[in-house]
Design a protein around this ligand. Structure first.
Ligand code: G3P
Ligand code: MG
Length: 248
């Protein structure tokens, strides 16, 4: 297993799960106020190549915009309302970009897991740009705050590896195909982040024997979390930031 693993065990999904509008600075602020020290977020590219936070390919669900987010420049995206869909107190909360997240996290010594979430068809470009921008933004960060890059898309992780080999990477898996471990190793990953129900003693052992850290998403109840800690896994991504204490 890699020796250098500076990350907390508990990671707040999309900033603060469902308590605040996902992938906004408001969510990061709330997650941090509840004691979380690491945050997962989804990052894709605007039309003018700015890495920004959004889960879906379209703007429809979580903003007052419509259509593919990748068709708008960051200047246009930054004027959308990404809070009203959630609840009235968050009316007017804007989308945020990777640069703002870097400043927020570095200022407070918080860690981040950047999920590279390409708009379909832009896997290589998104992996390359996100890695290059992350390397620049975190260039002067203490080693313990280096961002962890992850993706469900091997092509995006491969592009990130070519662009900035020193940034740690993790493959996200929602199933375990026969070649899962070979794929993780070929990509030079330090970790594998699986849907939590995939993990059992044999699979965790296989990954850890290969030198990998093992993490899980998205774990929203105590019994599931207890099972994963008992298996010896290394990290949990959760929505339930108001229930599952990051101190446990
Ligand atoms: O990074 C773990 C988790 O966020 C992956 O699923 O769909 O919530 O991005 P999703
Ligand atoms: Mg995600």
């Amino acid at each position: 297993m890699i020796d250098f693993w500076p990350y907390p065990r508990w990671i707040a999904h999309r900033g603060a799960g469902k308590l605040a509008p996902e992938n906004t600075l408001a969510a990061f602020r709330l997650g941090a106020s509840l004691g979380y020290r690491m945050f997962e977020c989804d990052v894709k590219l605007s039309a003018d190549g700015v890495p920004f936070l959004l889960h879906d390919a379209t703007l429809n669900r979580t903003t007052n915009g419509q259509g593919l987010a990748s068709k708008l420049n960051w200047d246009e995206l930054s004027r959308l309302d990404a809070g009203s869909w959630h609840s009235p107190p968050y009316t007017g909360e804007p989308l945020t970009n990777l640069e703002a997240i870097a400043h927020f996290c570095l200022d407070k010594a918080l860690s981040v897991n950047i999920e590279i979430k390409p708009t379909p068809g832009s896997e290589l470009l998104t992996g390359t740009v996100v890695a290059n921008v992350a390397a620049r933004l975190w260039a002067k960060a203490p080693p313990g705050l280096v961002p962890l890059l992850s993706s469900f898309q091997p092509e995006a992780l491969e592009a990130a590896r070519i662009a900035q080999a020193h940034l740690p990477r993790a493959l996200l898996l929602n199933t375990l195909p026969p070649s899962w471990l070979e794929t993780v190793m070929r990509l030079g990953c330090v970790a594998v982040v699986g849907k939590h129900t995939l993990w059992d003693t044999v699979r965790v052992q296989r990954a850890q024997s290969a030198g990998l850290r093992v993490l899980s998403y998205t774990v929203n109840d105590t019994s599931a979390a207890d099972r994963l800690w008992a298996l010896g896994t290394d990290g949990i991504i959760t929505d339930r930031v108001e229930v599952l204490s990051p101190a446990s």
